[in-house]
Design a protein around this ligand. Structure first.
Ligand code: GTP
Ligand code: MG
Length: 334
């Protein structure tokens, strides 16, 4: 790791701009934009039933072992816990299913948090990630949570602010159809999970009129060095999280997502999620960091340096790839 690797993304952007051959006045426009982006925060609420895998998901996605993973049936998350990772703030919130009294308290806390506003008067919570336990048939309390507690409190653009994700897809159907050597579902399990996605979608549509697109994944687990399993569809989950985050704020993920390539490698093949994630970051740089500045054909030249290299490395990107591959990637990105 060099000094430059330790800089945050905003400092890398600034350095690329300062080192460029742009006229001072254009440089200053960009530096001002970057300063603004640096001040933006993403707030995500992560909720779901006890044991659904909220903590495991947080730890798999983000580079810190911040959230305590439970091994007992007692809820590990009792009240809303706040984790601050630079500009990314995670609210780990217990869902329903802990008994009537606790459920009432949890619901109240969630509703309060969803109605909080930031200093500009906008809703504080950018996105609610609801995690369902794919190994259980009884999703009644999760529907209650989604349809009666969360969706009614999401304001106007409800669809953009909620993401429903089914975790532990590896142990759905009692784990019998998980292909351990590929770390992926076999065709029978795939069909089962696709059907589950559709039935959840239908239940939410019927209950609220909101049409959302759930996804499934596995946060994986690690009991010891010998007893562990990598996540599945974690890149897909991150891709969906990013798509549900206001574009202007997206760079706040860059310094915080796990740098462990193992976490990102096993995904369905519906999309090249790693590339799509990198493309999203590239778009934010183009549309927000460079906003209002005249840079002609020089975009790739300016941000192809530190910024481009970093974007290329995110979520199992072009790490360790040959120099030619990095250059090709940057040409494609910008
Ligand atoms: N097989 C498998 N186990 C998982 C997965 N995700 C989580 N687990 C396990 O499920 C258990 C509960 O996970 P947690 O991450 O603590 O769940 P939580 O939602 O944070 O639970 P509370 O904080 O108690 O509400 C742990 O033993 C995890 O290792 C997964 O994708 N697959
Ligand atoms: Mg937890």
């Amino acid at each position: 790791m060099t000094e430059n690797d330790r800089e945050d993304i905003f400092s890398a952007l600034e350095r690329d701009v300062k080192n460029s051959s742009l006229p001072e006045v254009e440089k200053n426009k960009m530096l001002k934009n970057i300063l603004h982006l640096r001040g933006l925060e993403i707030n995500i609420m992560i909720t779901g039933a006890t044991g659904s895998g909220k903590s495991s998901t947080i730890n798999a996605l983000f580079d810190a072992n911040v959230a305590k993973v439970g091994f007992s049936v007692d809820p590990e998350t009792m009240e809303i816990e706040k984790y601050t990772l630079q500009n990314l703030i995670l609210w780990d919130s217990p869902g329903l299913g802990d008994g009537k009294e606790a459920d009432n308290r949890h619901a109240k806390n969630i509703i309060k948090k969803l109605n909080e506003v930031d200093r500009n008067g906008n809703a504080l919570i950018d996105l609610v990630l609801v995690i369902l336990d794919g190994s259980t048939r009884d999703l009644g309390t999760s529907y209650e949570l989604i349809n009666s507690v969360i969706i009614p409190n999401l304001g106007t653009n409800k669809k953009d602010r909620i993401l429903v994700a089914i975790n532990q897809c590896d142990v759905a159907m009692k784990g019998q159809h998980w292909n351990h050597s590929d770390n992926a579902p076999d065709p029978v399990l795939k069909k089962f999970l696709d059907d589950k996605v559709q039935s959840i979608r239908r239940r939410i549509k019927e209950g609220t009129g909101v049409d959302i697109e759930p996804i499934y994944y596995s946060a994986g687990y690690k009991e010891s060095e010998f007893d562990k399993q990598n996540p599945y569809n974690l890149s897909k989950l991150l891709y969906y999280i990013i798509q549900h985050t206001p574009k202007e704020k997206r760079l706040a993920y860059m310094d915080n997502v796990s740098t462990n390539d193992e976490m990102w490698k096993d995904n369905d093949d519906l999309k090249d999620y790693s590339k799509e994630i990198q493309k999203s970051f590239g778009e934010t740089v183009r549309e927000y960091a460079a906003k209002g500045a005249e840079y002609g054909e020089r975009f790739g030249e300016i941000f192809g340096g530190e910024t481009g290299k970093r974007i290329g490395r995110v979520a199992g990107g072009v790490v360790g790839a040959a120099a030619g591959a990095v250059k090709k990637f940057l040409d494609w990105l910008f």
